[in-house]
Write a protein that binds this ligand. Structure first.
Ligand code: 5GP
Length: 183
């Protein structure tokens, strides 16, 4: 798995084949559940863009894609609980079958805020698809309709997830060693 990083810097949690296989399964499940309908995928930037790209291409139902950006961790690895919309959707979701596509759920605060806010815009339906579920530090419960993997309480990067803007392009998910990200 060399070529991206120094071996001393990482511990691989999910390899590229495992991720690709699971994303394909999620795409198949969504395609089955939404047969005959168009889905409106809400990609939560920036962390979900790699997941969205693979998930969307594994769908066999028609899909519309729009993007939203929320404030999140910044350069730290702890959530502040403060959520803010930095970039809103460009299209109305009223009457649409919306699926929020998120990279990871940790405290659940970001997703809770997003779900409550999007519900007020009267979509026909609203579901949540997350690649990674980190239940250990959950403080706000949000039903997760599609989950890629449940993972332990560790700070992970790769496949869209960053630390201070880095590692998003890495095609696997790994745990950053604490000495690399002092918290
Ligand atoms: P929550 O509001 O659920 O605590 O946090 C959600 C956001 O925090 C995610 O969308 C992601 O941006 C960030 N986050 C949570 N856990 C991790 C992690 O292990 N690694 C990275 N890179 N970001 C994380």
């Amino acid at each position: 798995m060399g070529g991206y990083l120094n071996d001393a810097e990482h511990d691989i949690l999910l390899g590229p084949e495992a991720i690709q296989a699971r994303v394909r399964e999620l795409g198949e499940a969504i395609s089955r559940d939404y047969a005959g309908r168009e889905v409106f995928l809400v990609c939560v930037l920036k962390g979900a863009w790699v997941f969205l790209a693979d998930l969307a291409r594994s769908l066999t139902v028609p899909a519309f894609v729009d993007f939203m950006a929320m404030s999140s961790y910044g350069n730290a690895t702890q959530t502040s609980g403060l959520v803010q919309i930095i970039k809103d959707l460009e299209q109305s979701i009223e009457g649409r079958h919306v699926i929020i596509v998120e990279d990871i759920v940790d405290s659940g605060l970001t997703l809770r805020y997003l779900v409550d806010m999007l519900k007020t815009r009267r979509p026909a339906s609203l579901k949540v698809c997350v690649l990674l579920d980190k239940p250990a530090r959950r403080v706000s419960q949000v039903p997760l309709d599609y989950v890629g993997f449940e993972i332990p309480d560790a700070f992970v990067v790769g496949y869209g997830l960053d630390y201070a803007g880095r590692y998003r392009h890495v095609p696997y998910i790994f745990i950053l060693k604490p000495e690399v990200h002092p918290t």
